[in-house]
Design a protein around this ligand. Structure first.
Ligand code: APR
Ligand code: PHB
Length: 392
């Protein structure tokens, strides 16, 4: 087979990249190792920056997002024993946030791919990017026991944190920056009315977050110790713990009911530099992971593929490679800004095992400062709303 760009990974980064390339008249093939149904079924985060909403709209993916997404003016932070405050992105930046599940975006992307008869190959096993350091890269894989090879101009590694793309880069050509956190998030989806606001809580029992997917679908998270398993968290225990972490008036407003999905995810910060090796370019979780506090992961995946599609568009249209040469440094500025912000929000809102009394007081003082300082609130709102894309 032959194409201009082989995209490894059919998550939001890979599928959106294929759509953006198609709009620019660039041909691609997406290789996904799982089944389409599996990729579609995964429940992930769902808070979009306005810049991400604009990019999705500009790529023809705005119709259902505009109908079903929930635009709002910011999020609330509550913490034990004190008043809560609002991170007002609308007031401080003129930008809104929108809750719309990644699951829905994935559905919209598959629908768009179907409409244009895109080449999407799922259950592609043993995918290997080859000769990326040369001008003639190719990708091999197996499907249904048969071996295939695709010759291409470029390879896009959109295969997430555990993918093969980053792992194929010689260690001498890439550097990793990492930070682990000593807890995870237990996430729950339930068919109950969501709270009117996204509310983060810092409580002596640990972090909690209330979000939603639509008026009758809530998404909640609680910080849990490393090593906890789903079986440790029957519904009853989850709801009791969630409510215990919110001030009474918010806890009283939470409607409980049977949960329809439950998962535990570790928290991690990870950045790979540079985000390319020869003609292999990394985008999304393949290149970086941020802890979910602040919901930057999906937004970064969207901005990466925007930068990369713009660079490839000028490569094919004008024959200039300045965009491709600058892709990594341009993308990394935004990646590091989000990595720093997500790390900071994680520090601010979680109870860390072994925190000293001093650390605890310092955290409380920072929350105190944020709740009274309009300057501090403007700074957090600006970063929460998302730094602008360069060159737009
Ligand atoms: N070959 C082919 N496909 C692969 C391989 C491989 N060796 N390894 C992984 N994949 C696929 C996965 O099955 C997955 O569908 O690549 C896809 C990567 O998708 P995501 O993990 O969703 O990553 P990305 O598209 O970058 O989206 C980032 O997802 O994890 C969240 O917070 C993150 O919201 C952000 C978004
Ligand atoms: C979500 O809706 O899943 C969500 C919202 C805000 C976050 C993280 C996740 O910071």
């Amino acid at each position: 087979m032959q194409t201009q760009v082989v995209i490894i990974g059919g998550g939001p980064a890979g599928m959106l990249f294929a759509e953006m390339l198609h709009q620019a008249g660039i041909d691609s093939i997406v290789l996904e190792q799982r089944t389409r149904e599996y990729v579609q079924g995964r429940i992930r985060a769902g808070l979009l920056e306005e810049g991400s909403v604009h990019l999705l709209r500009a790529t023809g993916l705005g119709a259902r997002l505009d109908r079903e997404g929930h635009p709002h003016h910011g999020s609330m932070i509550a913490w034990a024993g004190r008043s809560r405050f609002f991170i007002d992105t609308w007031k401080h930046t003129g930008r809104r946030m929108t809750t719309y599940g990644q699951t829905e975006i994935q559905q919209d992307l598959f629908d768009a791919a179907d409409r244009r008869n895109a080449r999407f190959i799922d259950e592609a096993l043993d995918v290997r990017p080859m000769d990326a350091a040369t001008d003639h890269p190719y990708v091999t894989f197996n499907k249904n026991g048969e071996a295939f090879r695709i010759d291409c101009d470029f390879i896009a590694g959109c295969d997430g944190f555990h993918g093969v793309s980053r792992a194929s880069i010689p260690l001498s050509a890439i550097k990793f920056f990492e930070k682990d956190y000593p807890f995870g998030w237990l996430g729950v989806l339930s068919e109950t009315p969501r709270l009117p606001d996204v509310v983060y809580a810092n409580h002596p029992r640990g972090f909690a977050l209330a979000s939603g997917r639509n008026p009758m679908l809530s998404r909640y998270y609680v910080q849990v110790p490393m090593g906890d398993r789903i079986e440790d968290w029957p519904d009853e225990r989850f709801w009791t713990e969630l409510k215990a972490r919110y001030p009474k008036e918010i806890a009283d407003a939470i409607v409980t009911g049977p949960t329809i999905e439950k998962s535990i995810a570790p928290l991690r910060s990870f950045v790979a530099e540079p985000m390319h090796y020869g003609r292999l370019f990394l985008a999304g979780d393949a290149a970086h992971i941020v802890p979910p506090t602040g919901a930057k992961g999906l937004n970064l995946a969207i901005s990466d593929v925007f930068y990369l599609s713009r660079a490839l568009t000028t490569h094919y249209r004008d024959g200039t490679d300045a965009g491709l040469d600058g892709y990594s440094s341009t993308a990394l500025r935004r990646v590091w800004s989000a990595a720093r912000f997500s790390w900071w929000m994680t520090q601010l809102l979680h109870r860390f095992p072994g925190m000293s009394d001093f650390d605890q007081r310092a955290q409380e003082s920072e929350l105190d400062y944020l709740s009274v300082s309009v300057h501090a609130q403007a700074s957090i709102a600006e970063q929460y709303a998302g730094m602008p894309l360069e060159g737009t």
